[in-house]
Unconditional design. Structure first.
Length: 322
C-alpha cells in the first residue's frame, strides 16, 4: 500500500511517499481502507520533535512508528477473529492516538477503539476532521465543568480545537466570547459565538468582564496575562505547555492553591466520545471547519501549510477510497 512515512525528525521534507506492507487485522481488530485523513499540529509536532518531550512517545533518536495521522474516515475492509460489532463495507470514522497510521491507504484499529459509523450524508473528507480538535475541546470543557450559563472565552476560535470549543461550549449552554482575526468574525459568529473579538484591534486580556473559563486554543497567552479575567473559581486552560512548562507546573499545584486555577487535562477519547460527536454532527450542533484539501501525493505541502499557523479549521488529505 502507499503511505506517507518519515524516518527522522525534521522539517516537512522528511516526509515522503513509499510503498509499505499492508497491515492485517488480528483478533478483535478491523482493517480500514482510508478515504480521508488530516494533517494537524499534532502530526507536525511529532514530525519535527520541536517539543523534546514528544520523543518520549515517538522515539528518542528516531520515530518508532513511521506513519503519522490519527484521525480518519473510511470503509471496513476486513475484520479479525472475534469481531462482531463491525461488518465489511461499513463506512466509519474515528481516531487513533495510540499508534497513528492514518496517512496511508489502510489502517488497523481495535474493534472496540475510538470508532463510529459515519454521520449520515457526509463524505469521507467531511467526516475525517470530526474527532481530533473536538475531542481536545471536549476534554477541556469537561475538565472545567462547563455548563448552562457559564461564561467561556475561547482564544484562537478559528483553529481545529478553537472552532470545536466554541460550538461545544454553546451546546453545553455556555455564553461564548470568541477571539479571532478580523476577516473571520462572521465565520465564528456562525459557529454560535455570542460575541467575537478581533485580536488585531482589541486585546482580550484587557476586557472588563470575567469568565468562568478562559480557554486558549492556540497557546498564545499566559495565565499571568489572563488572571484578571478570572473570578476566584475561574479556570485557565491552554493547549500549550507554556513557557518552561509553566502551565503543567501550575496545574500540578492547583489543588494546593486558592483562587483561579490552571488546568492541563490529559487528552483521551473513547468510542462513546466518537459516537457523541457523530450525534452532534447529525443534530447540527457541531461541524468541523475545513480550510484546504490535498491529495496524499501533496502531503508535504499540507505539512508546510499547517506549520504556517494560518489554517482555518482543518487540513484534509484525500485518498480517494470508494
Amino acid at each position: 500500500m502507499q503511505a506517507a512515512i518519515y524516518h527522522q525528525y525534521g522539517p516537512p521534507e522528511v516526509v515522503r511517499l513509499a510503498e509499505v506492507e499492508q497491515p492485517r487485522p488480528r483478533e478483535n481488530e478491523v482493517l480500514i481502507r482510508v478515504g480521508a485523513t488530516t494533517v494537524k499540529r499534532t502530526d507536525c509536532g511529532f514530525r519535527s520533535a520541536e517539543y523534546v518531550v514528544s520523543r518520549l512517545f515517538s522515539g528518542l533518536l528516531r520515530p518508532k512508528r513511521p506513519i503519522l495521522g490519527n484521525e480518519f474516515a473510511g470503509v471496513i475492509e476486513a475484520v479479525g477473529a472475534g469481531v462482531s460489532n463491525w461488518q465489511v463495507g461499513e463506512r466509519v470514522f474515528g481516531y487513533n492516538d495510540a499508534t497513528f497510521g492514518a496517512h496511508a491507504q489502510y489502517l488497523v484499529l481495535p474493534a472496540a477503539g475510538a470508532l463510529a459509523a459515519m454521520p449520515a450524508g457526509l463524505t469521507f473528507e467531511e467526516a475525517a476532521p470530526i474527532t481530533e480538535g473536538a475531542h481536545y475541546a471536549l476534554g477541556n470543557l469537561r475538565a472545567a465543568r462547563v455548563g448552562a450559563g457559564h461564561r467561556v472565552l475561547v482564544n484562537g476560535a478559528t483553529g481545529g480545537i478553537g472552532s470545536a470549543a466554541v460550538q461545544l461550549a454553546r451546546y453545553f449552554g455556555a455564553r461564548v466570547t470568541a477571539v479571532c482575526a478580523g476577516p473571520h468574525l462572521e465565520l465564528v459568529r456562525s459557529l454560535g459565538a455570542d460575541r467575537v473579538i478581533d485580536y488585531t484591534r482589541e486585546d482580550f486580556t484587557q476586557l472588563p468582564e470575567q469568565f468562568d473559563l478562559v480557554f486558549d486554543a492556540v497557546g498564545k497567552s499566559s495565565f499571568g496575562r489572563c488572571r484578571r479575567l478570572l473570578p476566584r473559581h475561574g479556570v485557565y486552560i491552554s493547549t500549550e505547555l507554556g513557557r518552561r512548562g509553566d502551565n503543567v507546573f501550575r496545574a500540578l499545584a492547583a489543588p494546593l492553591l486558592r483562587g483561579p486555577k490552571v488546568l492541563f487535562p490529559l487528552p483521551s477519547i473513547s468510542a462513546q466520545d466518537v459516537q457523541l460527536l457523530k450525534e452532534l454532527v447529525e443534530a447540527g450542533h457541531f461541524r468541523p471547519l475545513i480550510d484546504r484539501r490535498y491529495p496524499l501525493a501533496q502531503i508535504v505541502e499540507a505539512h508546510r501549510y499547517v506549520e504556517t499557523g494560518q489554517k482555518i479549521g482543518n487540513v484534509v488529505i484525500s485518498l480517494n477510497a470508494q
